[in-house]
Design a protein around this ligand. Structure first.
Ligand SMILES: [Zn+2]
Length: 384
């Protein structure tokens, strides 16, 4: 089975802020350090803007400009994934993995808000994405209508218990405890994967027809990669806001008999301080600074132990001066022993990159430590 570096399926964006590509840059660096290809995953189906599905083309253009080489692309809307999901459900119903049960759910007029009648969904503790509760009434944030309790036959998958969950290295520490909490919460629970109102994918079981919840198109992607494409996710990157979905993906992968990733890494939200300089979006930043400088700039987020990291755009100028002094744009692979991946993940690399940049500005490549040489190489090396 081929091992890859990937991330939780990301919704495409058109000319996003540069910070959007922090996770792709980290995947690129880890791919070079581990010598395992980077597989790009996208969540197209759920990301409708004005009724239109946004495609991945813009993201692929930006990655080409960043000289980030993608070995393969997986999208939830791929025909092979849709038929995988439909087969998974129909065979699951036959072999007992998925059951059809009468359940009470709250449903709003537009259908975006639909959730099981359980205390945890009605408590005000967690912020809900699609609805809010006012004076005991559930109001949909999308259509403004009231969600009413209804009874319907639902498709349900029982999630495995957390007790015998295999060890996965999770970085940074906050993500480790948060993912554990989510695993504990979901373990042994029912996961309702059908919806009452139209979605992009439907499945027929005997006489009954069910709409499939949009999240279910991509939550089992680890299994689809393994069972249909013989690809194992070795390192899984994720934004810090999708740790709940990571826990669900892991539990589902376990339920479906897939091999779990070795390492899960949560990446920070990136805030770029442009100071007096003009604020640049990805395309402008890239045309001004070039791909190597941009990757080094974003590489500072690797190993960050916070949910938010602030980068100074002035660093890009200093990095550019540093790269002018490198013997060639295509840097040779270091000859010293390669440090293990963990050494790059235990702490943030922003100080390390500032140090590299400083030494290079003084034409001091020879003074770089072994780990600094490897980091510089892993960021600058590109197969594309
Ligand atoms: Zn609604």
């Amino acid at each position: 089975m081929k091992e890859v570096i990937t991330h939780m399926p990301l919704s495409p964006r058109i000319n996003p802020e540069l910070g959007y590509y922090g996770i792709h840059t980290q995947a690129h660096i880890i791919s070079n350090l581990t010598e395992k290809p980077y597989l790009l995953t996208g969540n197209e189906l759920g990301s409708k803007k004005g009724g239109k599905i946004e495609g991945m083309e813009g993201v692929l253009d930006d990655l080409r400009r960043l000289d980030i080489c993608v070995s393969k692309i997986w999208k939830d809307g791929d025909a092979s994934n849709i038929s995988f999901i439909q087969d998974l459900i129909s065979t699951g119903v036959n072999n007992g993995l998925i059951s059809m049960e009468m359940r009470e759910t709250f449903l709003c007029p537009c259908g975006k808000t639909e959730f099981p009648n359980l205390p945890e969904n009605l408590s005000g503790k967690q912020e809900k994405t699609t609805y809010e509760i006012k004076d005991g009434i559930v109001i949909c944030k999308v259509c403004g209508g009231q969600a009413i309790l209804q009874r319907s036959v639902s498709l349900i998958m029982k999630l495995p218990d957390e007790a015998d969950f295999p060890f996965i290295k999770i970085y940074p520490p906050f993500a480790q405890s948060e993912i554990r909490e989510h695993l504990n919460f979901f373990a042994g629970k029912d996961y309702i994967l059908s919806r009452s109102s139209p979605r992009e994918v439907a499945v027929s079981i005997g006489e009954e027809r069910f709409w499939v919840d949009s999240d279910f198109y991509w939550i089992p992607f680890i299994c689809h990669l393994q069972q249909e494409m013989k690809i194992k996710v070795e390192v899984l990157l994720t934004g810090h806001k999708t740790l709940k979905q990571v826990a669900l993906s892991l539990l589902m992968a376990k339920r479906l008999g897939a091999v779990l990733p070795e390492i899960v890494i949560a990446t920070p939200y990136i805030n770029i301080n442009f100071g007096e300089r003009p604020r640049l979006k990805t395309e402008e930043f890239l045309s001004k600074n070039g791909s190597g400088v941009t990757r080094l700039f974003l590489g500072q987020t690797l190993g960050a132990d916070r949910k938010l990291i602030c980068l100074q755009s002035s660093e890009a100028y200093l990095i550019a001066r540093a790269l002018e002094n490198l013997p060639s744009a295509e840097l040779e692979r270091p000859t010293g022993e390669k440090p293990p991946l963990e050494n790059f993940l235990h702490r943030g690399n922003s100080c390390r990159i500032r140090g590299i940049s400083k030494k290079l500005r003084r034409r001091g490549y020879e003074q770089l430590e072994n780990i600094e040489r490897w980091l510089l190489w892993a960021i600058l090396h590109s197969n594309s």
